[in-house]
Write a protein that binds this ligand. Structure first.
Ligand SMILES: Nc1nc2c(c(=O)[nH]1)N[C@H]1C(S)=C(S)[C@@H](COP(=O)(O)OP(=O)(O)OC[C@H]3O[C@@H](n4cnc5c(=O)[nH]c(N)nc54)[C@H](O)[C@@H]3O)O[C@H]1N2
Ligand SMILES: Nc1nc2c(c(=O)[nH]1)N[C@H]1C(S)=C(S)[C@@H](COP(=O)(O)OP(=O)(O)OC[C@H]3O[C@@H](n4cnc5c(=O)[nH]c(N)nc54)[C@H](O)[C@@H]3O)O[C@H]1N2
Ligand code: SF4
Ligand SMILES: [Mo]
Length: 701
């Protein structure tokens, strides 16, 4: 029996794994630590069935090389595969320059992998062109947190703290389906008399468990937050003492909110002025309020501004830093938090240091034993990177670790064309994902139960996944792949493949940075049930206890104050018009994870394929019945899938899950100008029964 954590989402539920013949037996394990003493251990359906890829025929067990002319795959040995990749990378660099090789990482990778991948790009390839799928995930909340608080830790308090709040406001989170065990915190809060508020265009299973549900038009959360701030101010409920002593910049924000009277908010958001007033009263009459955003509020072209608007409301109420109150972002991927701290992001070096900061470059270069000037500068964000692939000035090769952009990237048809235009696509994966299927070389890697490494969960708690079983013959770990390539490229510096050794190097590289891990060790994590960063080494040698709760006395900006950042409402990048008259939003279902590369291959999980959720009024208007095929068309493409007619969605909106190829043929590539976050959560579409001739005269399939 080995203690570890789930391979999927940022909750990183505790598990024990035991070998049962060729299979893996999964059991929930309490994750008790000083800050979540009551955790009794729980898993969702995905966690329970996570062992399903073990011993599965779907696992890749040998490196594969594809012949472009015939499309045939051939199995090669590891030396041949790595020699081939390294020699092609070297040749591309000679012919086109260092930035012609690009790297795409993932927020599911362990801290050790994310760290070594960033080092591979900067030291072995010398390329600035590295970014990762975290841009799709929480980048807007990260930019907002950095601007407002001077630091980006998704939750600045342990998750169990929400049980002690009076009110929790969930803006665009469906955690009953996306982090099911976390819903018990809401249930406990309600049994204590607290209230849960859900803001979502769909009455989700999470909304079913709420006391207050508001159902705005997609893409209007910013206006909603401005309207609430307006009412809080009008009621004289701004915490003036807190605003004066702990923040700066309120007056401009106050004057912007002054123009957002409830009837104006109602016109924009569809949320009634009366509903808005009673929600404002609930907030002003409660002391411990927690505001949490997730992808519904964040995945917008104005996602950073939207999060800032909710932070402004939280600051006006005096919440951040108050016990059992504040603002947080519910990060999504298993290592969504740690994955954004150690250098796989275009602008970043380990420890959440910025790559254009000379002091940061010097520190990290010293750890790596290379001259600071040899480190490249800032690259571009994920979508900008993918859309430059194979263009005349863009990268000629891409190494993919832990992402399946053919399914999950916005405007995926265009991204797929870019991947096909490369001279060399290399994908490291456990299975033949849709992206791996396009590659020239596929390298089969170990999965969670077969390796060890740290993850940083949604609370900023660094935890340890431990190896429980030996990997299938023929696969290697990502760390071995990275080191194998770096050594073949003749890179300077050390390239350890033992995770604990990599972590030791990461600790040194992070020391003194914003996300300081230097006081954390594998042994301490085992003993203490995880450690919250920052956890520096101390001068007196006494172990730092970690930082479960932040902002009690000061914020992370140099003056110690939180910033109110003024924001204005412009609305979604693609407003409705006569031709595209319905909002399309996308998201998740309980039983599938992300691009589905893993969960669609697990037999016990239902694999329904995409569907289109729409309201009975819309169904009647276009003449479609439940279960019949409908075609959703946007300016990018079309998808035909069965209709699911449900009363729980707004009648001007349809929802499509993105776990299968399809949803992202429709989505737009409008990006948030600050974070690079794509607008996955709203674009304009047209919905018709499949096969009906559209107004333009073209028959749709
Ligand atoms: N089952 C499952 N769980 C997962 C994942 C998974 O793929 N499957 N992925 C993990 C990851 S990486 C992430 S990022 C998280 C995501 O977790 P969530 O953010 O909870 O998931 P989503 O379904 O993307 O979006 C949440 C809700 O936003 C709503 N929404 C859509 N548009 C808007 C809008 O404009 N405003 C508001 N307020 N709401 C809107 C949707 O209706 C949806 O119910 O889940 C994690 N957990
Ligand atoms: N329309 C729409 N699109 C979305 C979203 C949305 O809400 N709507 N949400 C976005 C969000 S929040 C996210 S996080 C992305 C996620 O989308 P992706 O980036 O595609 O994430 P995954 O499906 O988790 O892809 C992980 C891939 O890596 C493999 N893998 C798993 N573990 C490892 C490992 O340790 N090493 C290696 N080398 N490979 C591994 C898996 O088998 C899988 O093929 O999708 C985004 N796309
Ligand atoms: S909630 Fe997330 S971490 Fe927990 S079992 Fe489900 S997928 Fe795994
Ligand atoms: Mo995500």
């Amino acid at each position: 029996m080995v203690d570890t954590h789930c391979p999927y989402c940022s909750l990183q539920c505790g598990m024990t794994l035991a070998r049962k013949g060729p299979a893996l037996e999964v059991q929930p394990r309490p994750q008790r630590n000083a800050h979540s003493p009551d955790d009794e251990g729980a898993l969702c359906r995905k966690g329970w069935t996570a062992g399903g890829l073990r011993g599965s025929r779907e696992r890749l067990t040998t490196p594969l090389v594809r012949d472009r002319a015939s499309g045939e795959w051939s199995a090669v040995d590891w030396d041949e595969a790595l020699d081939l990749v390294a020699s092609r990378l070297a040749a591309i660099r000679v012919a086109h320059g260092a930035d012609a090789n690009a790297v795409f990482g993932g927020g599911g990778l362990t801290n050790e992998k994310a760290y070594l991948l960033g080092k591979l790009a900067r030291v072995a390839l010398g390329t600035a062109m590295i970014d990762y799928n975290g841009r799709w995930c929480m980048s807007s909340a990260a930019s907002a947190g950095n601007q407002a608080f001077g630091i980006d830790r998704g939750l600045p308090f342990p998750l169990a703290d929400v049980e002690q709040a009076d009110v929790v406001v969930l803006v665009g989170s469906n955690l009953a389906e996306t982090m099911p065990p976390a819903a018990r915190h809401l249930d406990r809060l309600r049994s204590r008399g607290g209230r849960v508020v859900v803001v979502d265009p769909r009455r989700t299973p999470t909304a079913e468990r709420a006391d207050v549900f508001v159902q705005p038009v997609p893409g209007t959360d910013l206006a909603l937050a401005l309207g609430l701030l307006h009412l809080v101010d009008a009621a004289g409920a701004v915490d003036e003492e807190y605003v004066a002593s702990r923040t700066s910049g309120f007056e401009t924000v106050r004057s912007t909110a002054a123009a957002w009277w409830p009837e104006r908010v109602e016109r924009v958001t569809g949320v009634g002025a009366g509903e808005l007033r009673s929600l404002a009263t609930l907030l002003t009459s409660s002391r411990r309020v927690v505001v949490l955003t997730a992808r519904g509020a964040e995945q917008h072209a104005d996602g950073t501004a939207t999060v800032l608007a909710w932070i402004n409301l939280a600051l006006a109420l005096g919440l951040p830093g108050r016990p059992y109150a504040g603002y947080g972002c519910l990060t999504g991927q298993g290592n969504g938090q740690g994955g954004r701290e150690h250098g796989q992001k275009a602008d970043q070096l380990p420890g959440y240091r910025m790559i254009d900061d000379p002091v940061a470059r010097e520190h990290v270069a010293a750890v790596w034993g290379v001259p600071p000037a040899s480190l490249p500068g800032k690259g571009v964000s994920a979508y900008e990177l993918l859309s430059a692939l194979g263009t005349p000035d863009g990268p000629r090769s891409l190494l993919v670790f832990g992402s399946n952009p053919v399914v999950s990237a916005p405007r995926a048809t265009a991204v797929t064309e870019r991947l096909e235009a490369l001279d060399l696509l290399v994908v490291c994966d456990l299975v033949m994902s849709e992206t791996a299927a396009l590659a020239d070389v596929v390298l089969p890697v170990t999965q969670w139960a077969e390796e060890t490494g740290t993850m940083t969960n949604l609370e900023g708690r660094v935890i340890l996944r431990q190896q429980a079983v030996t990997p299938p013959a023929g696969v290697r770990s990502d760390l071995e792949v990275i080191a194998g390539l770096a050594n073949r490229l003749g890179a300077p510096s050390a390239w350890p493949t033992d995770p604990e050794e990599v972590f030791t190097e990461l600790r040194a590289a992070s020391a003194g940075g914003r996300a300081d891990y230097s006081g954390i060790s594998y042994d301490r994590i085992r003993d203490e049930g995880g450690l919250f960063w920052p956890c520096p080494t101390t001068a007196d040698g006494v172990e730092h206890p970690g930082t479960p709760r932040m902002f009690a006395d000061s914020f992370a900006a140099t003056d110690g104050r939180a910033r109110f950042v003024p924001v204005s409402y412009d609305g979604p990048a693609e407003p409705l018009d006569d031709a595209f008259d319905v909002h399309l939003t996308t998201g998740r279902v309980l039983a599938q994870y992300q691009s589905g590369a893993q969960t669609r291959r697990i037999r016990e999980l239902p694999d329904t394929g995409p569907f289109v959720e729409l309201h009975p009024l819309l169904a009647a208007r276009i003449g479609v019945e439940d279960g019949r095929p409908v075609t959703v068309t946007t300016r990018r493409g079309a998808l035909t899938a069965p209709a699911r007619v449900v009363g729980s969605i707004r009648s001007d909106t349809v929802f499509v899950p993105f776990h299968w190829v399809g949803a992202n043929r429709l989505t737009s590539d409008a990006l948030d100008p600050v974070s690079g976050m794509p607008e996955f959560k709203v674009c304009a579409c047209r919905v018709r029964p499949a096969g009906e001739v559209t107004p333009s005269g073209a028959a749709r399939r």
